[in-house]
Design a protein around this ligand. Structure first.
Ligand SMILES: Nc1ncnc2c1ncn2[C@@H]1O[C@H](COP(=O)(O)OP(=O)(O)OP(=O)(O)O)[C@@H](O)[C@H]1O
Ligand SMILES: Nc1nc2c(ncn2[C@@H]2O[C@H](COP(=O)(O)O)[C@@H](O)[C@H]2O)c(=O)[nH]1
Length: 394
């Protein structure tokens, strides 16, 4: 005998019994999360609505993070008290595992900031991958020069996170390559909508790293490099993006001033402002626990060698080798269950493919919104075909 249905479910039975084809509902705490085309049966988007059993109200939350593209069918299962795993069927291997965060640290913080109900999407990725690299330091110290040199030497290893800024482009700067040059009002709106991993007012302009910019580099299979100021580094440090933080110092303040002037990209007034800010940044660079490494950019070649040494020595530099999942495809016809940080996904036979059971290990999740959830390990369980076909999916 099953347990008696909770009163709040009975009261709202019509709503829940009318869940459409691509809708799922999951209980986490006192809330029921309905995922999937809520208003229209033809809507394949993974929209969210929440039933709060303590107030008996339906809530439409603010949804943060890069959202999954629409899909015809999905399933969902709570992983723990703060997130739900959403499996998109019939989609590419690297797009089938998603997490809907409902009460993670990031979601709690955003609830406080926005004063609304909040959920956040985070794409799940297998293995841990190399840590992104945050390079920070005062204006004119040579961060950009060092990064360009590194990327020229290792074009298939490193990718640059293209920031957004409200500052005007310099003569040779290209939109989408050096920066996304944007209107302040548009950028402020995007920040409010949770599209940025971090943002800061720097030398009188707004600068920020969008979640999409970091994910674009990760998607290309490269290690992401961020060139951001100290405020940005501080924000990333407290975010779920696990990165290596490197601070670049000038050999002297006089040399910094010389480089900044020699670059010839700023007016005298702007140079003065950047130099004033540099003093504070050089102090903050020494803050305990903020930077993992400090490099002095005296001689460019020497400093670049030091940087390469740090990045190759970093123990997380190599992607964790998990079993290959190239052929993973969650079929439309699948069932999912969770137990002890292990998720079992039983995919029915489809289009000449035999039935398969995948085990998804979620015991070592890292990261999360804003950004990817890493550390997943999904692999097929080898069972004899007659056993697999004998498991009835009806
Ligand atoms: N080791 C070095 N020795 C001498 N000049 C250098 C060195 N490194 C960089 N430079 C020069 O210093 C100037 C400033 O460098 P760069 O533009 O890379 O600084 P940055 O830290 O990226 O500045 P910003 O934060 O304003 O973007 C450039 O003209 C560059 O050629
Ligand atoms: N917090 C952030 N700081 C950023 C970002 N992109 C660049 N920067 C920093 O701004 C200054 C000035 O850059 P410039 O191109 O105008 O000379 C420099 O220190 C950069 O590191 C960002 O996305 N977030």
């Amino acid at each position: 005998m099953g347990e008696e249905a909770p009163e709040y479910l009975l009261d709202n039975f019509d709503e829940f019994s009318l869940l459409k084809g691509n809708q799922t509902s999951n209980i986490v705490g006192k809330k029921i999360y309905v995922v999937g085309g809520c208003e229209d049966g033809e809507d394949n988007s993974l929209s969210i609505k929440i039933f709060d059993s303590s107030t008996r109200e339906w809530l439409i939350p603010t949804v943060l993070g890069v959202k999954p593209t629409p899909c015809k069918l999905h399933s969902a299962v709570p992983v723990n008290e703060d997130r739900i795993l959403v499996l998109k069927s019939n989609t590419a291997t690297d797009d089938c595992l998603w997490f809907l965060e409902v009460d993670t640290r990031f979601v709690k913080e955003q609830k406080k900031i926005l004063g609304t109900e909040v959920v956040a999407w985070s794409k799940g990725v297998q293995g841990t991958g190399p840590k992104p690299v945050v390079i920070s330091g005062p204006s004119g110290v040579g961060k950009g020069t060092l990064i360009s040199k590194l990327m020229k030497e290792f074009p298939s290893t490193f990718g640059f996170s293209v920031s957004h800024t409200t500052r005007a482009p310099r003569e040779k700067e290209v939109h989408g390559v050096h920066y996304y040059f944007t209107e302040r009002s548009k950028m402020e709106n995007d920040i409010r909508e949770g599209k940025f991993l971090e943002s800061a007012s720097v030398h009188g302009n707004l600068y920020g790293t969008s979640i999409e910019a970091v994910e674009a580099v990760t998607d290309s299979g490269k290690r992401c490099i961020l060139d951001i100021d100290v405020q940005g580094a501080r924000s990333v440090r407290t975010s779920s993006l696990e990165a290596i933080f490197i601070f670049i110092c000038p050999p002297s303040f006089e040399e910094l001033e010389k480089r900044l002037r020699a670059r010839g990209t700023e007016t005298e007034e702007q140079v003065q402002k950047r130099l004033r800010n540099a003093r504070a940044e050089l102090d903050q660079g020494k803050s305990a626990g903020l930077f993992d490494h400090v490099l002095v950019n005296d001689d460019l070649e020497r400093c670049c060698e030091e940087l390469k040494k740090i990045l190759s020595l970093d123990s997380d530099a190599d992607p964790v080798a998990y079993p290959t999942t190239e052929d993973t495809r969650i079929t439309d016809f699948h069932a999912v269950s969770a137990r002890d940080k292990k998720i079992l996904i039983h995919c029915g036979a489809e289009q000449g493919m035999p039935p398969t059971i995948y085990e998804l290990d979620v015991s070592s999740l890292k990261g999360g919104a804003p950004g990817r959830t890493r550390g997943l390990n999904m692999h097929p369980i080898n069972l004899p075909t007659d056993v697999l076909t004998g498991i009835n999916m009806d």
